[in-house]
Design a protein around this ligand. Structure first.
Ligand code: F6R
Ligand code: MG
Ligand code: MG
Length: 365
């Protein structure tokens, strides 16, 4: 059977106001472009957003890392950038790091999460999108969903999940990857993914069926560029149910607003607040970082949805807790650990400020 591909491709091509949101004209512009240009390529698409990022959610049969789909997305974001420039929106075109497209989107500035699968008799998926944070932000919830039986009871009581999952982990600095198996290797896995600014989970596979269960965007442009070029606000796709974690097990880790890197100037640690899409407006100190969850039931490639899954009072307490943590962290001002630790700050604008002090240092005798 011919596999379906689900591609989620995102970029910040202009903020409204500042870096806090997306103007609706950008969404219309993306919608019009894909409606005109994608006819033979896409089965279906939805335009979405989180904070100041526009997300293209697309289904097709071209496979992951398809030159045609990547090129279409690149052209779409270039088109949307024109609208952003006309409106003098903030940072228009900021994520389009290259002038011309050259085969695929790696290192071009756009975030990409893709997966290929045979559509099941019923295919529920959740697309997470976060603003003001980085790809490693998914490590904690993905571990909980796919490896922690205190989160996911299916790991214990569903025979088709009992064998566990395989994790593909990327070393962002070295551009290398490693496959690890849960539950046998969870201690080794945590050695790596407990350091989310360096190692992040790219994909997860069922050990029972070999099927892909999750796929995340993992680019970290600061490492590629060697300097601060903005945060790589990430997206993540998770398939649910029937041998995979239930929708409720997939959402459960977000009831705890864990600390992530990002927030103001991509240089601070703060809680990841789960919000309905409408509230994904990082206003307080450009944050706190937000995460949204859109649910779809895919039907012959058609994206039925979205259902805004954090638009639910069950997540009110997580939002309150995130506000409490935000109050606490903000009191630290420019001190670590609110400000990122020094090694991470090397990939921000800090070195430029620090360089001015170099000649004033003298040896202690
Ligand atoms: C973080 C982010 C914002 C900006 C901040 C300064 O990912 O996008 O917090 O870093 O608003 O922005 P500039 O340098 O554009 O004034
Ligand atoms: Mg921005
Ligand atoms: Mg953003």
């Amino acid at each position: 059977m011919n596999k379906l591909t689900l591609s989620v491709i995102k970029a910040d091509v202009g903020g409204f106001v500042g870096h806090s949101g997306v103007h609706e004209n950008l969404l219309t512009s993306a919608e019009e472009f894909l409606r005109e240009e994608s006819r033979d390529l896409l089965i279906d698409f939805k335009i979405s957003y989180v904070g100041d990022d526009v997300n293209l959610i697309m289904t097709h049969k071209m496979g992951a890392v398809s030159e045609k789909i990547h090129s279409l997305s690149w052209e779409c974001f270039k088109h949307v950038t024109e609208t952003a420039k006309d409106m003098k929106l903030y940072g228009a075109g900021q994520d389009l790091l290259k002038d011309t497209f050259s085969g695929n989107l790696k290192g071009m500035g756009l975030g990409v999460a893709e997966m290929e699968f045979i559509e099941r008799p019923s295919e529920p998926v959740i697309i997470f999108a976060a603003d003001k944070t980085e790809p490693g932000a998914w490590n904690f919830p993905l571990y909980k969903i796919f490896a922690d039986p205190f989160n996911t009871s299916g790991l214990v009581i569903d025979p088709s999940m009992h064998r566990g999952f395989n994790f593909e982990v990327i070393d962002l600095k070295k551009d290398q990857k490693i496959m690890m198996s849960a539950p046998e290797e969870i201690y080794d896995l945590l050695v790596l993914i407990g350091a989310p600014s360096r190692y992040c989970i790219k994909a997860i596979y069922s050990r029972e069926t070999g099927d892909i269960a999750s796929s995340s965007s993992t680019q970290k442009l600061n490492y590629i560029a060697g300097k601060y070029v903005g945060k790589d606000d990430p997206v993540c796709i998770v398939r649910c149910q029937k041998g995979l974690p239930a929708v409720g097990e997939v959402l459960e880790p977000f009831s705890f607003p864990h600390l992530v890197n990002g927030w103001m100037r991509g240089s601070h640690t703060g809680p990841l607040m789960p919000v309905p899409r409408e509230q994904s407006t990082p206003t307080r100190f450009d944050g706190p970082p937000r995460v949204t969850a859109l649910g779809f039931q895919i039907n012959e490639g058609k994206l039925q949805g979205p259902k805004d899954l954090f638009d639910d009072p069950a997540f009110d307490r997580a939002r309150e807790k995130a506000n409490e943590i935000a109050d606490y962290m903000r009191r630290l001002g420019p001190f670590e650990p609110h400000r990122l630790h020094l090694e991470e700050m090397e990939y921000t604008t800090l070195p430029q400020v620090k360089d001015n002090l170099n000649e004033r240092f003298v040896n202690i005798i």
